[in-house]
Write a protein that binds this ligand. Structure first.
Ligand code: URP
Ligand code: ZN
Ligand code: ZN
Length: 470
């Protein structure tokens, strides 16, 4: 592979901001200096562009099989979409099915991902049954397979939900070996009561998805999860945090010195529950879990990002089509046309995290450029054991680099995104700031609208300890 030289860009990391050249050799950053001579390298001029580390999105669901429904992006289409949005590493999920051990779930997902991924990848394993056999496998997964984070659900009783006692058991085991538990925090039992009541009263429209998942039940589960982690003496990470009540619990825990961390997602930062008032079935596009919240929640989330009560912005890219065709009913929101409980939960967004956060965060004056890099690349890499290989622009780091035009306007739309999803939550939204070039370990994979990457060129990333970052 030829050397690559990126000339004259404004290099922005979580802490730095300066103009220099970057020399890439064998996929890694070899040197950063003023005026590095070309010496036969492939030269990319970056004057006027911002150069930041490739995004790390720690919450995606590519080719995700929920039994009744499957997400519509394959590992190939989903990671290509990620790349066009400036993300060069994803952490997806390996769901432990009924008859599987965690290791078997991981092996199945690795086999699916390996020939297809266009960017680098890892997995969190979703633990669904905490048997002695499950617990026995965890140390080896953390210490030898490079899987240091495990998701557990406090919601979806009878499907994914795990009892508190089992969460506690897993926490103690995982924590003792340098791993972290990621919690989906909602009180599943109470929510089920509300769902059954709504359906019994004939309330079947998408809006009832939100009305039956109140934010205080996210707050309650978050508080409970924190207490379990406190007793287990290990770090805990809350995925897709959406509610002011949940944030309040995280803030209080952190003030008490508990290792409680959380991510939020662009849809909670840019959309509110008003979307559920859309006429007809259109509101189903916005059915994700947790649901969209109030303006007050949104305001609090932005504050959380500014003051590090929230450490990461991930997408929870969980794409389904709105229409049944061409991918079939099991990949479509239409499954729940007559019953909100059957609408597949989740929405697309992996391609828009970076442009949205740049436009609505940096341009809008809510966060600065360094914080933007911290939230989208550096903190996720540190939190999940990928730093300094990922999330950094430093000598020896992987040359995952984004050349970004901060002044270029463009419009977010499903007609131009690269996901298989047939709609976007942000259809028609104008933003300023566009990904121009993306390098994955020194190879140019996105050049404007041109795709130069290859399925299978993404590499599995073994991770070190999770949740040890402050
Ligand atoms: O609605 C969502 N978020 N679907 C994906 C599954 C999950 O809970 O993250
Ligand atoms: Zn979840
Ligand atoms: Zn998710």
């Amino acid at each position: 592979m030829n050397d690559v030289l990126i000339k004259g860009g404004r290099i922005v990391t979580a802490v730095d901001d300066y103009v220099a050249d970057i020399l890439v050799r064998n996929g890694q950053i070899e040197a950063i200096a003023r005026d590095i001579p070309a010496d036969g390298a492939e030269v990319h001029h970056a004057t006027g562009l911002v150069v930041f580390p490739g995004g790390v999105d720690v919450h995606t669901h590519m080719q995700f099989d929920l039994g009744v429904a499957q997400t519509v992006d394959t590992f190939e289409t989903g990671t290509r979409s990620a790349a066009f949005g400036g993300t060069t590493t994803i952490i997806d999920f390996a769901l432990q099915k009924r008859d599987e051990t965690p290791k078997q779930a991981l092996d199945r997902r690795l086999a699916e991902a390996e020939p297809q991924c266009c960017v680098d990848y890892s997995f969190h394993i979703i633990l669904t049954h905490v048997t002695p056999e499950t617990l026995a496998e965890l140390p080896d997964l953390i210490n030898h397979e490079g899987i240091s984070s495990f998701k557990m659900f406090m919601a979806y009783p009878g499907v994914l939900m795990v009892e508190d006692a089992d969460i506690f058991r897993a926490m103690r085991k995982v924590g003792a070996h340098g791993g972290m538990i990621n919690l989906h925090a909602e009180n599943g039992g109470v929510i089920q009561v509300l769902i059954e009541e709504a359906l019994a009263q004939g309330n079947t429209s998408p809006k009832y998805h939100a009305l039956t998942r109140p934010s205080i039940m996210e707050g309650e589960a978050t508080h409970r999860g924190i207490r379990l982690a406190e007793l287990a003496e290990m770090p805990v990470y809350f995925v897709h945090l959406s509610a002011a009540e949940a944030l309040e619990s995280v803030v209080q825990a952190r003030d008490r010195g508990i290792l409680a961390f959380a991510e939020t997602c662009p849809h909670y930062l840019f959309l509110t529950e008003e979307e559920y008032d859309r006429p007809g079935f259109d509101a189903a596009k916005f059915v994700m879990t947790p649901p969209l919240r109030t303006h007050k929640c949104q305001h609090d989330l932005w504050r959380g990002l500014r003051f590090d009560d929230l450490q990461i912005v991930s997408t929870d890219h969980c794409p389904f089509c709105f229409n049944e065709q061409p991918f079939g009913i099991q990949k479509s929101k239409q499954m729940g046309h007559d019953d909100f409980e059957k609408i597949p939960n989740g929405a697309p967004g992996v391609e828009f995290r970076i442009p949205l956060l740049f436009d609505g965060g940096v341009n809008a004056g809510r966060i600065n450029l360094n914080r933007f890099v911290q939230l989208t690349a550096t903190a996720p890499a540190k939190m999940f054991g990928l730093f300094p290989r990922k999330g950094a622009i430093a000598v020896g780091s992987d040359a995952d680099l984004v050349l970004f035009d901060p002044l270029k306007p463009h419009t977010l739309s499903a007609s131009t995104h690269h996901s298989n999803a047939d709609y976007s939550l942000y259809e028609g939204k104008s933003v300023t700031g566009k990904v121009e070039k993306v390098f994955l370990r020194g190879k140019l994979i996105v050049n404007g609208d041109e795709w130069l990457g290859n399925p299978g060129s993404g590499q599995f990333q073994r991770r070190s300890a999770s949740g040890r970052v402050m």
